[in-house]
Design a protein around this ligand. Structure first.
Ligand SMILES: Cc1cc2nc3c(=O)[nH]c(=O)nc-3n(C[C@H](O)[C@H](O)[C@H](O)COP(=O)(O)OP(=O)(O)OC[C@H]3O[C@@H](n4cnc5c(N)ncnc54)[C@H](O)[C@@H]3O)c2cc1C
Length: 462
């Protein structure tokens, strides 16, 4: 079999890349190892109920009339009609450094501005100047890593405010410990604070089904449970792939969305260079309770980014999990959502892959550690949001091992390796990297990555 374009991975970057190409040429094939699409952001059924694997919120909210906003540009590039989708905006979210300070923000940037002006009056003018810099800066230039933390320390002169601003931006988009690249900081600041957060109507499955239908309506093809074992190449030219069952599929061009080292492993070539820094792992828990039992929990907050320690530690812990900081999300607390029989609390904390890996051979020890982690997470977040533990009717926890197992992400690192290949070029004529390790993170980021790599490297070959 031969196809002009092969895409490895049916996550959000692979789907977006495939749709973009299929608009011009239906001869594109996605190969996905799992039995469903979505990758890191997918779903599963338990007790006849659908559970999302993680969706908290999608960043980059924009009203339909803001034609230049990244979300609307993404829709145009994919030929999706905005009016076919209905979006629910966040209510209010909060950065809560317990015993220190709290900052509320929403999709109206004035709320954050007002909070900072009143709670950090000494840094208010510098913050306003920072926002102007962020609006004018071009974050898509391929420049070497520049520390956002150092920049903020020098600009804002208030370590607490710096940590509070970095907290949500790192949790939702940094593959680097305690810092992020300044360009990535600008992208995430715009995406979360200046634009805002929302979730699509229905579940992530509904959203993914729409993308997949749209792709298939263009004539694009997908093979599920099709794991690429090897990328066949002669010198710098890729000729095709070999699937795990031995089938060979030839192609003119290949886009890989599975990560840098994961792609190089399929090429049997040594890495171009050693990747720097540690990969960051997370544990994510879902707690479901009957809606009538949610009365002690916040009704006006969508997401809380918390930190309980003197100084925020956004780094790989040396133990299974670090509960001193994290994210708490209430997926029912978005504007205009119809009441549901169940209410969910989702929590995210930093985790250490090697500690979890050391339990991999002992099922009982692993399951006990998962259950203890979930209990500790509940106890920790209850102090911030109120009691709910006694009402939980279903809970599940994903560790870095779960994420590695279902998505083949090395060390289950959601944000991939710390250094990124911004132009997608890993030294082959017709093989390009898109998705997490190209450098755009999160759902909108992954989708924009897929589109931009096809625009830059593939469409010009048509
Ligand atoms: C628990 C959790 C919660 C999250 N919450 C949010 C959120 O609220 N908002 C947000 O914006 N982002 C969130 N994210 C991050 C977001 O999901 C990801 O950044 C984004 O989906 C990455 O997409 P991707 O296509 O680059 O990678 P992936 O989703 O990893 O896609 C890669 C795909 O390749 C497949 N694959 C791997 N190896 C092979 C192979 N050899 N052959 C064939 N296929 C292969 C995998 O199965 C996978 O489907 C969350 C992630 C997690 C894990």
């Amino acid at each position: 079999m031969h196809t002009p374009l092969l895409i490895i991975g049916g996550g959000l970057s692979g789907l977006a890349a495939a749709i973009r190409f299929a608009r011009f040429n239906p001869d594109v094939l996605i190969l996905e190892k799992h039995s469903r699409v979505g990758g890191l952001n997918s779903w599963y059924y338990r007790h006849n109920s659908l559970f999302e694997t993680g969706l908290h919120a999608i960043t980059n909210f924009a009203p339909p009339e803001d034609k230049n906003a990244p979300l609307n540009r993404l829709f145009r590039q994919l030929k999706l009609r905005r009016k076919d989708f209905s979006f629910h905006e966040q209510l209010t979210s909060e950065i809560c450094f317990t015993n220190q300070e709290a900052l509320r923000f929403s999709n109206d940037f004035d709320l954050l501005l007002h909070e900072i002006t009143s709670k950090f009056p000494g840094s208010a003018n510098q913050f306003i100047k920072l926002v102007e810099t962020i609006k004018e800066h071009d974050p898509f230039q391929t420049t070497p890593f520049r520390s956002a933390r150092t920049y903020l320390d020098n600009t804002l002169n208030d370590p607490l405010l710096v940590d509070m601003l970095l907290c949500p931006l790192m949790y939702y988009g940094s593959s680097v410990e305690n810092d992020m690249d300044f360009n990535q900081f600008v992208i995430m600041f715009r995406a979360i604070f200046l634009e805002g957060m929302f979730r699509p109507h229905g579940s992530i499955k509904d959203f993914l089904d729409r993308l997949l239908n749209h792709y298939q309506n263009f004539g694009g093809k997908i093979r599920l449970q099709a794991q690429v074992a090897r990328i066949i190449h002669q010198g710098n030219k890729v000729q095709g792939v070999e699937l795990q069952d031995g089938e060979i599929i030839e192609c003119d061009a290949l886009v890989s969305t599975i990560g840098l080292e994961e792609t190089l492993a399929c090429l049997d070539t040594p890495p171009l260079r050693q990747t720097q820094g540690k990969r960051l792992g997370f544990v994510e828990s879902i707690f479901r309770l009957p809606s009538e039992c949610r009365k002690d929990l916040p009704t006006d907050k969508t997401i809380i980014f918390y930190n309980n320690s003197e100084q925020l530690q956004y780094q790989r812990p040396q133990t299974l999990v670090d509960l001193t900081s994290g994210v708490i999300c209430f997926p029912a607390n978005f504007q205009g959502l119809a009441p549901q029989p169940y209410f969910e609390v989702r929590t995210t904390h930093l985790a250490d892959y090697s500690s979890w890996k050391s339990l991999a051979g002992d099922k009982i020890a692993y399951l006990t550690a998962k259950s203890n982690t979930a209990s500790q997470s509940k106890t920790t977040v209850e102090k911030i949001i109120g009691n709910f533990t006694q009402h939980v009717v279903y809970e599940d926890t994903f560790t870095p091992l779960t994420i590695e197992r279902f998505t083949a992400k090395k060390e289950g690192a959601i944000y991939g390796c710390p250094d990124k290949i911004k132009d997608g070029n890993i030294g082959y004529d017709n093989l390009f990297l898109a998705g997490t390790d190209q450098g755009f993170l999160g759902i909108v980021g992954a989708m924009l990555s897929g589109v931009s790599m096809v625009n830059q490297h593939i469409l010009s070959r048509l």
